[in-house]
Design a protein around this ligand. Structure first.
Ligand code: FMN
Length: 212
């Protein structure tokens, strides 16, 4: 079956696109408003898009009220954000930070998540996140006035000491991060425990093995 995506209702497109492009990594983004009010919200439309320069992208979809979500509004005000990676042990807390609480509610307090000072930016990082990236807004893209794709340059990367294998080369103990992924229907998740290994082929090896 082929879908005429442009003819679909926006929420049906959401179902189709987010029900197929997965698993997606999960972050809780911490930001400060211009007045210094701390905000936290989960985002899964995010990824590394460059390592040189080091750039992380987050897609902030429109708020149901057809306005910018607080994360994007704050980043446009202060140009800083922290991407806190979420291990399985923080899954329930992450879900609580998504609650539709009245403005001014501190979702991190509701979720029982503590923060600690970042090194290079004003928004704090989440104390129990094993990895956090302190970012400065580099540029952004906008398809509509109520949404934004934010591109942040990573200034400082935090990794819990016990998860660092080779500090000089940036090697971390990835399996022990115990991160999980976002799946379909806005409520399914997967773990990263089910892994398999595959070495990338080279043309020389292909030739040596007489495959051509
Ligand atoms: C696992 C998960 C992933 C999410 N990913 C996104 C996302 O990538 N983009 C988005 O706009 N909203 C996403 N949301 C919804 C936002 O977290 C939600 O709209 C939140 O209230 C936004 O808060 P803010 O206005 O403080 O930024 C996600 C929610 C969950 C639970």
């Amino acid at each position: 079956m082929q879908f005429d995506v442009r003819a679909m209702k926006p929420m049906d497109r959401y179902e189709l696109l987010l029900g197929t492009v997965l698993p997606r990594p999960i972050t809780i983004v911490t930001t400060l408003s211009g007045n210094g009010v701390l905000n936290a919200a989960p985002y899964s439309l995010f990824n590394v898009v460059s390592h040189d320069p080091p750039v992380i992208m987050i897609a902030v979809l429109p708020h149901l009220e057809r306005r910018l979500k607080d994360t994007a509004a704050n980043v446009f005000e202060t140009r800083e954000f922290v991407v806190n990676l979420v291990p399985r042990s923080m899954a329930a807390a992450m879900n609580i930070t998504n609650i539709d609480a009245p403005a001014g509610t501190n979702e991190l307090t509701l979720a029982g998540l503590d923060v600690t000072a970042s090194k290079s930016v004003k928004p704090p990082r989440i104390a129990t996140s094993p990895t956090a990236f302190e970012c400065r807004l580099l540029t952004s893209l906008s398809f509509n006035s109520d949404q934004a794709v934010l591109f942040g340059e990573v200034i400082t990367a935090f990794v819990s000491d016990h998860l660092v294998i080779d500090a000089a080369r940036g090697v971390v103990d990835t399996p022990r991060l115990d991160l999980f992924g976002a799946m379909h229907a806005a409520r399914w998740y997967c773990s990263t425990a089910d892994r398999f290994e595959m070495v990338r082929p080279t043309w020389k090896q292909w030739m040596d093995e007489g495959r051509v």
